[in-house]
Write a protein of this length. Sequence first.
Lengths: 255, 272
Amino acid sequence: MSAAYTADEMMAVAASRRLADGMTCFVGIGLPSTAANLARRTHAPGCVLVYESGTIGAKPEHLPLSIGDGELAETADSVVSVPEIFGYWLQAGRIDVGFLGAAQIDRFGNLNSTVIGDYDSPRVRLPGAGGAPEIAASCGQTFVMLRQSPRTFVSQLDFRSTVGFGDGPGAREAAGFSGAGVTAVVTDLGVLEPDSETCELTLVTLHPGVSADEARQATGWELRVADGVETGDPPTDEELEVLRSLKTIEEDVKA
Amino acid sequence: MAEILPLREAVAALVHDGDSVALEGFTHLIPNAAGHELIRQGRKNLTLVRMTPDLVFDQLIGMGCARKLVFSWGGNPGVGSLHRFRDAVEHGWPGPLELEEHSHAGMAAAYAAGAANLPFGMLRGYNGTDLPAHTRVGRVTCPFTGEELTAVPALRPDVGIVHAQQADAHGNVQLWGISGVQKETVLASARSLVTVEEVVDELELRPGAVVLPGWAIDAVSVVPGGAHPSYALGYYDRDNAFYVAWDEISRDRERFAEWMRQHVLETAGVVA
């Protein structure tokens, strides 16, 4: 029996378990960075962390607050310029897994990180696309980490910043994207994967203590639930211990 | 040959109202002090260019220096929103802000094209997104394979401003650590200013460093701490606490204005 844990911790653990040793990962700040660093300190010590600031093979002791913290450069195997990281490394197809967050996602894994409301007079202006469009286009697979609610899992995006599967099967190929697209969406309730034929996100794993109905209610479209949807394992004591040692340092920095 | 000038003189000579000005720094070596000098000199109607506009752009926008922003990700890294940027876009305060937004890869390609004096950069991007309807991109066909690619117009700012660790007396500049698009910004811009931590007798060349010869730069200004609250590898760390504090300072228009008065307008260029 594991100790009590938070939804964020479950998300970080669930994402980290999907990373295999030796994978190259393009990570951003926040939960993705937490998940990738957790993997590197548990089952995947050879996981290569690549940050969009141009740090390849960063091995931070502390979780960074920004993607360009000095520790990333000082511990990296190589530090390259921004045109090089996006050109030679990301878009050339050298990264196995890209992590993304977003403000909204739709049933085909397309993402909005640009505006809530109308583009020209938005209710909320979000930061913008950043590295996301080419991460989702070029990485071998893309993992999305996002808390599930009807506000975030929407039937219609306010703005399509990043393509998951576009309007469905064939859209990625038509757009000339090399990667497989969004292969997992890790939420606070479970994990969704695209259906192999329709590309529609389908609930395949529930976190412990969560029901499929809760996931349906937290989704702004009629959520497909896989036959034989499984309940995943809770975080192990080791995962929680490592995760919390990372967290503590992050909070020290913020304090 | 770069002239070594006090920051105030360099900004007065190089940056004019209505110019497009790129102040770059991909989380590292952000030219914050130079941005503050633009604000002190009351520059107006600027087209501000940066991949990752953060605090100094929030300040320039909130102080009414900008007419337009060309960017790919505008936020307070690891903290949240840029409140002055959002206030400008959502409520037109202190004035309307025109946006031209791209992806990081698009901006990087546009800078590289500008540095190479080519008309556009290209990538396999933007397809299937809502970006093309709201920004300047086009399509080009590869003459060899027939593949269709996305073209982004080259970035050619009137002025490019970056921060670096060192210069020598001839204005040759060396920077190291995360180098972002610093080199491309200087080479793509019609005029350029590099602020540095210090001038040394002779640059001790470091493996992997970016070295910009003085003849490719217009002005160098010595501004120790000029990247704060960003950092200069080997000189000082990122002031993470200030990035967190900025969230509160910038939330309220009056508190923001008071902070700017105390820490920027009424200083003689001392780094806040």
